[in-house]
Structures are given as structure tokens and as C-alpha cells.
Design a protein around this ligand. Structure first.
Ligand code: 13P
Ligand code: SF4
Length: 299
């Protein structure tokens, strides 16, 4: 019997497919992927790929983003029910209503949002470029959706009065000051890195705030040997792989279960059968493209 990883490699070659995976996916998925990264890196990689088929291991907004950037290509999400809980907290209809009530306000949307809501946005951003994106519309009235913590972070970094939505990531929002203080007490020499989806009072305790990819870079570049990592536990794999000999402390409850859904078996199934194809209407594809393209141009 040919091992599953070998069958995936063969089929990928035959079908000219590429596998993209987010930093939170399981080690087995990261090992069989062509590119592993944060949301911005994945969007850029999706925008420039020459493959005919993109297999996206992550959550549905990431697969949708790849489809919007490559409308003529086939994008497959091996686990079609892998959704981001925060993305569901802001709908396209709600944004249409907001636009009617405040037509001059610039709507900036975190990529962790549905394709229908992206269609109603002016600009997209990710955790790694949010400050640059918000600064690009300095002087204007701005609403940032759906993450209130990312909105507060952008406001504090730009000095702008960024209006916030009431959305949040249950995993990052669930990290408390008490839990962080306990980790800091246990590991007093550790450098603390936090994702901007965490609450402001948690970010205030961090030495570095940034995207998942920035954490990989900081851990590699820093002279520090020990880190407290305030994000999803899946980050441990890349951090340990790329900074051998360094130690990383996580909060065990910070697990995004939908990021863990893709398995080598579901990837093979998708490649063999076309399961999980992302289908978006022409209306959504064309409406959501500009806000994403503007973000990529700024990056
Ligand atoms: P990054 O873009 O920093 O990888 O974040 C994506 C995400 O879903 C964080 O919860
Ligand atoms: Fe969404 Fe949070 Fe999971 Fe990231 S960690 S995909 S924001 S639910």
C-alpha cells in the first residue's frame, strides 16, 4: 500500500495542485503542505500561484479568500464545515445597514470574515498589516469589523478613533490577565508574544504583539530562549521547528478546533473527488475582490 503522503504528492503533481495551510493546522498537515503561514502570507501565496487547484487547509474564510483572488481556479476546502467563529459575527446584511446609516465611514474588514461581508467593505486587513491599512485612511471616519480587540489595537497604534464591532475570537478573547500573570510568574525570564485578537489588558502584558508569522520571526531573531505564546496552540509546531532548542509556553485551552479539522485523509479525499469546492456567486466574487486587492497592494 502506497503511504497516504505519497499518494497526495502524486495526485498533486498529476492535477497541478498546491496545498496551502495556516500556522494553526496539525503537524501532519503542515508537513505535507507547500506553504504554511499567516493569513496575509496565505493570501499573497494564493494570489500568485500557478497551480490549477488550491487545497486550502484552514477555515472557510481562507478558502473563500483564495477563490476571490483566483476566480477561475478550483479551490477545495478538505473540511467544508471548518468555519471561523468570529467570521460569523458580522454579516453582509448588517454591513449594508451600517453603510446606509453612515455612508461616509470607511469600512475596514479583517480577513476573518465571510465573502458576503467582504463584498460590503472598502478595504481588508489582516493581523499583520492592520496598522498600515488603518493608517492608509488617516483623517477619515473608520469602522473595523468584526474583531473588537483588533479594532482597539488598531486605534491604540494609529491614534485614530476607530469604531468597533462587537465580534471577537472565542479562543483569544478567552485568554485572561489572571492566566497570563500566572504564566509570567512561573516563567519570569520568558518573552511574551500575543496575537492582537487578545483583549487589550492582555496585550498590555506582552513584549511583542503581532500575527502568527511575526511570532515565528521574533522567536528566531530574539536572543531570548523562552517564550510565553498567547495564541492558538497549533503555533507550537512551527515555533519549535524553526527555533530549535528554545522553549514555548502556551495556554492549553487555546485550541481552535475547526483549524484542526483537515487531516491527510480529508486532503486525499478532496484531491480524488473534488470534495469541498468553494463556490461563490459572480456578484460576491466581483464585489469582494477590490477590498482584498487593495489590501494586497498595500502590503
Ligand atoms: P494570523 O493571520 O495572524 O495567522 O491570524 C489568523 C487567525 O485566525 C488568528 O486567530
Ligand atoms: Fe477564527 Fe479564532 Fe479560530 Fe482564528 S483562532 S480561525 S479567529 S475562531
Amino acid at each position: 500500500m502506497v503511504p497516504i503522503e505519497e499518494r497526495i504528492r502524486q495526485l498533486k503533481k498529476e492535477k497541478n495542485a498546491v496545498i496551502l495551510a495556516h500556522n494553526y493546522t496539525s503537524p501532519e498537515i503542515q508537513d505535507l503542505s507547500d506553504y504554511v503561514g499567516d493569513s496575509l502570507g496565505l493570501s499573497i501565496e494564493a494570489a500568485k500561484t500557478a497551480a490549477d487547484i488550491i487545497i486550502f487547509c484552514g477555515v472557510s474564510f481562507m478558502g473563500e479568500t483564495a477563490k476571490i483572488l483566483n476566480p477561475t481556479k478550483t479551490v477545495l476546502l478538505p473540511e467544508p464545515d471548518a468555519h471561523c467563529a468570529m467570521a460569523a459575527m458580522c454579516t453582509g446584511e448588517q454591513l449594508k445597514d451600517f453603510r446606509e446609516s453612515d455612508p461616509d465611514c470607511i469600512i475596514i474588514g479583517y480577513v476573518n470574515s465571510t465573502a458576503e461581508s467582504k463584498k460590503e467593505m472598502d478595504l481588508c486587513c489582516t493581523s499583520s498589516n492592520v496598522v498600515k491599512v488603518v493608517n492608509s485612511v488617516k483623517g477619515k471616519d473608520v469602522l473595523l469589523v468584526p474583531d473588537m480587540n483588533l479594532g482597539a489595537y488598531a486605534a491604540s497604534k494609529t491614534g485614530m478613533d476607530v469604531k468597533q464591532w462587537r465580534g471577537f475570537c472565542p479562543i483569544h478573547h478567552g485568554i485572561t490577565v489572571t492566566q497570563v500573570a500566572e504564566l509570567k510568574r512561573k516563567y519570569p525570564d520568558a518573552l511574551t508574544m500575543a496575537h492582537p485578537e487578545c483583549r487589550k489588558e492582555v496585550l498590555d502584558l506582552a513584549d511583542h504583539v503581532g500575527s502568527t508569522e511575526s511570532m515565528v520571526n521574533v522567536s528566531k531573531d530574539s536572543e531570548c530562549k523562552e517564550f510565553i505564546v498567547l495564541t492558538e496552540v497549533g503555533m507550537r509546531y512551527r515555533l519549535e521547528k524553526e527555533s530549535p532548542g528554545k522553549t514555548f509556553h502556551f495556554l492549553d485551552h487555546a485550541v481552535c478546533t475547526t483549524m484542526k479539522m483537515a487531516t491527510p485523509e480529508s486532503v486525499l479525499n478532496s484531491l480524488e473527488t473534488g470534495r469541498g469546492e468553494i463556490i461563490l456567486s459572480d456578484d460576491v466574487l466581483s464585489g469582494a475582490r477590490d477590498p482584498l486587492a487593495r489590501m494586497i497592494d498595500l502590503s
